[in-house]
Design a protein around this ligand. Structure first.
Ligand SMILES: Cc1ncc(COP(=O)(O)O)c(C=O)c1O
Length: 458
C-alpha cells in the first residue's frame, strides 16, 4: 500500500504562481485594510481562502463546455443537468441558480416570514445572512461535541435532536417554515452528519409538519465520511449513500462550486410542486428563465458532468486523504487544529493558537494576516469577524464558540509539496505566536461583515 493516496488524475494544464517579497506583502496587506479578501489573487502564493469555485475542472468537463447550448429556453444542457440531479437526489423539481446563496435567497424569499426561525445544525454565513435578510432567526443546534475542537467524535456535524424537538415545542411549529442541515458542516469545521442523524431530524421535523432541506454543498464528502465511519455503510456505494441522505428530505440548496467540481453554479431542488411554482416565479424575476437560472448552457453541462465526478470513490478517497495529510503534518508540528479534520479544509484552532488575544480583538483575523505576511498564504477567518452577532435585545456582541481560521483546499489544484509549504509557514508563525497582536475594525458593514470590513492592527 502506498503511504499516501496518489492523485487519481494527471495534470494537463498548469497555471504559474509566484511569490512577492515579505516587504511587498506587508504593503499589500496595509492597502487591503488587513482584509485578505481585498488582496489581489496574483499577490497570493497559495490560495486556501475557499474550496468554492476554485476547482480544477476535468478534460471531460471542459469538453462538455464546448457542447454548451446557449439557447435562451430549454437548452439541451438543462436536460443533462436535470437527469443527473434527479438520478442523484431523487427530487421532483429543480432550478439552476448562479450559486448557492442565490438558491438560499429564493428559497427563503418563498418560505421565511419575519420573526420565524430556521433551525439547523449550523448555518453557514450566507444562509445565516439570507435568513436574517428575510427578518427570520437562524438558530444553530449543533451537538455539544461539535463545539469542542479536541473531540474526536465521528459525526461532529450532527444536530442535537433533543434540543431541536424542545425548540419546536417552545416556539411552535407554525413559527418554523423549514429546518435545515448543512452537510458537511462548513462553519463548524467541515464535520459530517451521520445518516442516523439525518433520518431522525427528518422524523422530528415531519412529525410537526415542518419541511426539511439540506444545505448540500458538500454532500458527496459527507456521504464518503458516512461510508468510512459508519460500519453499516462500509460496503454501500457512495452514490447510494447520497441518495439515501436526500431521500429523508424535502429539498436542498446546492452550491455546485463545491462537490459538483465547477467554478460557478448551483441549484435549488424540491418535491413540493406548489413551492416549485413560487420558486420558479422568483427565479425568473431575479436570476433568469428557469432552464438556465443565471448560468450559461456550458456551465450547466459542466455541473452535470462534475456531479458524477464528485461522487467518484477514487476521487473522494484522494480528496479526504489529501486534507488529512495537511492536518496530520500540522499536528506533528504541535499546531492546534480542529480535530478530526473535515473533508474540504483544515481549521486552525485560534483560541489555542493565540490564547493571549481575546475574541473582541479578533484573533482569527490577526492569524489570517500573519499567514499572508509569513508565506503569501490566504486562509479565511471563521470566528468573531464572520460569525459574531449582536444580541437584538441588549445590543451586546455574542461571540462564536469556535474561533477558527480555515485553510480550505481547492479540489484537484494543489500538490502535497504545496501543503508542506503551508505547514512550514504555520510552524514559523506558531514559534513566534506571542508577538502577534489583535486587530480592530476601521469599517464594518452590517451583514456578511468579513467580505468587506477593514481593520488595523492594535
Ligand atoms: C455550507 C455552505 N452553504 C452555502 C454556501 C454558499 O454558496 P455560494 O458561495 O455558492 O453562494 C457555502 C459557500 O461556501 C457553504 O460552504
Amino acid at each position: 500500500m502506498a503511504k499516501f493516496t496518489p492523485e487519481p488524475f494527471k495534470i494537463k494544464v498548469v497555471e504559474p504562481i509566484h511569490q512577492i517579497t515579505r516587504t511587498e506583502r506587508g504593503e499589500v496587506l496595509r492597502r487591503a485594510g488587513y482584509n485578505i479578501f481585498a488582496v489581489r489573487a496574483e499577490d497570493i502564493y497559495i490560495d486556501l481562502l475557499t474550496d468554492s469555485g476554485t476547482t480544477a475542472m476535468s478534460d471531460s468537463q471542459w469538453a462538455g463546455m464546448m457542447l454548451g447550448d446557449e439557447s435562451y429556453a430549454c437548452c439541451r444542457n438543462f436536460f443533462s443537468m436535470e437527469e443527473t440531479i434527479k438520478s442523484i437526489t431523487g427530487f421532483e423539481y429543480f432550478v439552476p441558480t448562479h450559486q448557492g446563496r442565490a438558491a438560499e435567497n429564493i428559497l427563503f424569499a418563498c418560505m421565511v416570514k419575519p420573526d420565524q426561525a430556521v433551525p439547523s445544525n449550523m448555518h453557514f454565513d450566507t444562509t445565516q445572512a439570507n435568513v436574517i435578510a428575510r427578518g427570520g432567526d437562524p438558530v444553530n443546534l449543533l451537538v455539544e461535541e461539535g463545539l469542542d475542537p479536541a473531540s474526536h467524535a465521528p459525526f461532529k456535524g450532527n444536530i442535537d435532536i433533543e434540543r431541536l424537538e424542545a425548540f419546536i415545542k417552545q416556539i411552535g411549529p407554525d413559527n418554523i417554515p423549514l429546518g435545515m442541515l448543512t452537510v458537511t458542516n462548513n462553519a463548524g469545521g467541515g464535520q459530517p452528519v451521520s445518516m442516523a442523524n439525518i433520518r431522525t431530524t427528518s422524523e422530528v421535523l415531519h412529525r410537526y409538519g415542518i419541511p426539511f432541506f439540506l444545505d448540500a454543498c458538500r454532500y458527496a464528502e459527507n456521504a464518503y465520511f458516512i461510508k468510512l465511519r459508519d460500519p453499516g455503510y462500509a460496503e454501500t456505494p457512495v452514490v447510494d449513500i447520497a441518495r439515501e441522505m436526500f431521500s429523508y428530505t424535502d429539498g436542498c440548496t446546492m452550491s455546485a462550486k463545491k462537490d459538483a467540481l465547477v467554478n460557478i453554479g448551483g441549484f435549488l431542488a424540491m418535491n413540493d410542486e406548489g413551492l416549485y411554482q413560487r420558486v420558479r416565479q422568483e427565479l425568473i424575476l431575479r436570476e433568469g428563465f428557469h432552464t438556465y437560472g443565471g448560468l450559461a448552457g456550458r456551465d450547466l453541462e459542466a455541473i452535470a458532468r462534475g456531479m458524477w465526478e464528485g461522487l467518484d470513490e477514487r476521487y473522494l478517497a484522494y480528496r479526504i486523504a489529501h486534507t488529512r495529510y495537511l492536518a496530520d503534518r500540522l499536528l506533528e508540528e504541535g499546531i492546534p487544529i480542529l480535530e478530526p479534520p473535515g473533508g474540504h479544509a483544515v481549521y486552525l484552532d485560534v483560541k489555542r493558537f493565540l490564547p493571549h488575544i481575546p475574541q473582541r480583538e479578533l484573533p482569527g483575523q490577526a492569524l489570517a494576516c500573519a499567514l499572508y505576511l509569513e508565506g503569501g498564504i490566504r486562509g479565511a477567518e471563521m470566528g468573531s469577524v464572520a460569525f459574531a452577532r449582536e444580541d437584538p435585545e441588549t445590543g451586546e456582541t455574542i461571540y462564536p464558540t469556535l474561533e477558527l481560521v480555515r485553510l480550505a483546499i481547492p479540489r484537484r489544484v494543489y500538490t502535497q509539496a504545496h501543503l508542506d509549504y503551508v505547514v512550514d509557514a504555520c510552524k514559523r508563525i506558531h514559534e513566534r505566536r506571542e508577538q502577534i497582536k489583535g486587530m480592530r475594525y476601521t469599517y464594518a458593514p452590517p451583514l456578511l461583515r468579513h467580505f468587506t470590513a477593514r481593520f488595523e492592527p492594535l
